[in-house]
Design a protein around this ligand. Structure first.
Ligand SMILES: NC(=O)c1ccc[n+]([C@@H]2O[C@H](COP(=O)([O-])OP(=O)(O)OC[C@H]3O[C@@H](n4cnc5c(N)ncnc54)[C@H](O)[C@@H]3O)[C@@H](O)[C@H]2O)c1
Length: 353
């Protein structure tokens, strides 16, 4: 089993990565939790595929298990669903001595984590991420949140899990769309911090080849995120580098009402677009954008959107919550594998999209 330890000033927790881990989850939970009651929060898709396996494994290890099942999709990351989850947890007589398990993709992880961070002033929780995006990104780093109608992740906190258990085998049932969506974040890690990871993604033949190598890829990504979060847990410095491609990406998602492009697709477009511009401005090694474009095409991700209304996009960027007064932090590459943060006047954003 591969393991990584996240060392924060106030908390330390492990990330475990192993094929088949989900079948042994009861044994693993028993190593880190001495209580009896476990409350699983999951979604319908994941529950159908893995709910029973996890429940049985926990019961064999002597735990009492209750399960809350959400509708799949971003709509569940709402305040209404959160209130239902609070009530369900209270119906199950949850206490601060119990354990919540988030079993699912980023939606379940963010919502269950936020419920755990706030109900009864905080209940310990564990992440069992099941989408690629959740395994390489959202389950690590402690950001938990729900959405408001006016924007994503507007109610949230930093609340770290007791442990993260990653079983790469569950990715075999993930749809191609969500596999590629998660791969966009993997490409991002390579582009900002790890040229070897980028080269590896360039060299793999196809999705099957990716899945055959995915445990090492997940390990590399988790290590990169761990290193960044340890330096800058609260996202005021280096952690912003994880937003490479996200400034334009977020506004594209919003522009199309979160219906046309997945998050990863929009981030892919953002990574290519900003790198092409920063190359033109002489800030990035020439040829980097072309390699990003090629890798996006290879993993079935778009690299451009035609016919966008530039003014609307610029407006969406200026409303983005990461925008600090008159200036904006954008993430650029010196070259592939090496990113930096540039603080620019918002009026200059036009030059970068
Ligand atoms: N907290 C963070 O740091 C952070 C970082 C990035 C993204 N996010 C959040 O993550 C969310 C997106 O996460 P996501 O892409 O995982 O979406 P998701 O949770 O909606 O999962 C995607 C789809 O895949 C299904 N699924 C999950 N695992 C499966 C499996 N093993 N087999 C078959 N189907 C499976 C789900 O039911 C869902 O339909 C967004 O809300 C985003 O804001 C959070």
């Amino acid at each position: 089993m591969n393991s990584i330890v996240v060392n924060l000033s106030h908390k330390t927790y492990p990330i475990y990565i192993k094929r088949g881990l989900i079948n042994e989850i009861g044994i693993e939970i028993a190593k880190i939790y001495t209580g009896k009651k476990v409350l699983i929060i999951t979604d319908e898709n994941v529950n159908k595929l893995y709910g029973k396996t996890v429940e049985i494994s926990l019961k064999i290890s002597g735990f009492n298990v209750d399960t809350i099942v959400l509708e799949p999709g971003e709509k569940s990351k709402s305040v209404d669903v959160l209130l239902n989850v609070y009530n369900d947890l209270l119906d199950f007589k949850v206490t601060r001595g119990d354990l919540i398990i988030a079993l699912g993709g980023g939606v379940v992880g963010d919502l269950a984590g936020f419920a755990a961070s706030t109900l009864l002033r905080g209940i310990p929780f564990v992440q069992i991420p099941t989408s690629l995006l959740a395994q390489v990104d959202s389950s690590i780093g402690g950001k938990v949140a729900v959405d408001l109608a006016r924007g994503k992740n507007l109610i949230g906190s930093f609340y770290h899990p007791q442990a993260v258990f990653i079983d790469p085998n569950v990715l075999k049932t993930l749809s191609k769309t969500f596999l590629h969506d998660g791969l966009a974040e993997v490409i991002k890690y390579g582009a900002i911090k790890d040229i070897d990871l980028f080269l590896k993604l360039e060299s793999l033949k196809d999705d099957d080849d990716v899945l055959a190598n995915i445990d090492n890829i997940i390990y590399q990504c988790c290590n990169i995120k761990k290193d960044i979060v340890e330096i800058d847990e609260k996202d005021t410095g280096d952690r912003m580098m994880l937003n490479f491609g996200h400034t334009l990406g977020h506004s594209i998602e919003k522009y199309f009402n979160y219906e046309k492009y997945t998050h990863g697709e929009a981030v892919g477009i953002g990574m290519y677009s900003i790198t092409r511009k920063s190359e033109e401005l002489g800030l990035t090694e020439v040829g980097s954008a072309e390699r990003i474009k090629k890798i996006l095409i290879k993993y079935n991700l778009p690299y451009e959107v035609l016919g966008l209304d530039r003014d609307k996009i610029l407006q969406a960027i200026s409303l983005d919550k990461k925008n600090d007064k008159d200036t904006i932090n954008i993430i650029l590459l010196k070259k592939l594998g090496n990113a930096f943060i540039k603080n620019i006047n918002s009026s200059l954003m036009n030059d970068y999209i």
